[in-house]
Design a protein around this ligand. Structure first.
Ligand code: HEC
Length: 186
């Protein structure tokens, strides 16, 4: 009996350690959670009060504000990026591009998009930083309304106006829409 418990403990220990993992990964995931919560709240409220047209307007105005707010509050830089951009201000840097490409390869190899992430300690301009990225899956609702293959003509017109170089269309449920990116100075 005792042996069995010991065996189970031994089996469980590495799993527990890897789940808890690097504290900076945990911190990054928490920062992303707060960021998502705020974005989602704003998006849902706008969709409810004025439909997707209003939501695009709100998205355009509040996304950068929320990004800045969340970054300041936590002492980490947090943002969203993608290989197919809507807002060119969200363009990936060289490291982010490389990771986004590796995420596509991992998805193609069968990994669950909801679980794809990557962290690394790197040096930027002579300073050591911790970097974390997490894939953002495309959900059927509400994402494809504004990022999918059949966007309503009205919404298309509003998007064309707000984002003349919009590439963030044609996504299907399950695609990688982009990624969250967190940077923390070490
Ligand atoms: C009401 C329309 C609308 C919906 C619904 C919507 N988005 Fe967006 N999305 C936008 C707009 C507008 C932007 C550009 C925001 C900005 O200017 O920073 C954007 C930007 C993004 C970006 C940042 C990268 C880029 O292309 O600029 C990601 C990632 C993203 N959306 C993912 C999603 C996901 C995932 C969902 C579903 C949970 C979703 N969006 C739902 C309108 C929408």
């Amino acid at each position: 009996m005792k042996k069995k418990i010991l065996f189970l403990l031994l089996m469980a220990t590495p799993m527990l350690v890897s789940a808890a993992g690097d504290p900076l990964v945990k911190e990054s995931r928490e920062a992303i959670k707060a960021f998502v919560g705020e974005l989602k709240g704003n998006l849902q409220a706008a969709m409810k009060s004025g439909g997707p047209l209003k939501a695009v307007e709100v998205c355009k105005q509040v996304s950068p504000v929320i990004t800045a707010e969340q970054s300041n509050a936590r002492g980490v830089e947090i943002r969203r990026t993608s290989l197919k951009l809507r807002n060119p201000n969200n363009a990936p840097d060289a490291w982010e591009r490389k990771i986004l490409e590796s995420f596509e390869a991992r998805k193609a190899a069968g990994e669950d998009v909801r679980k794809i992430d990557h962290h690394e300690r790197v040096v930027i301009e002579g300073k050591p930083v911790f970097r974390y990225m997490k894939a953002i899956p495309t959900a059927e609702k509400p994402c494809t309304i504004c990022h999918g293959k059949s966007i309503s003509p009205e919404l298309k017109a509003a998007l064309d106006k707000a984002y003349p170089n919009d590439q963030a269309r044609g996504f299907a449920a399950g695609d990688i829409r982009g990624a969250f990116s967190v940077i923390k100075p070490l």
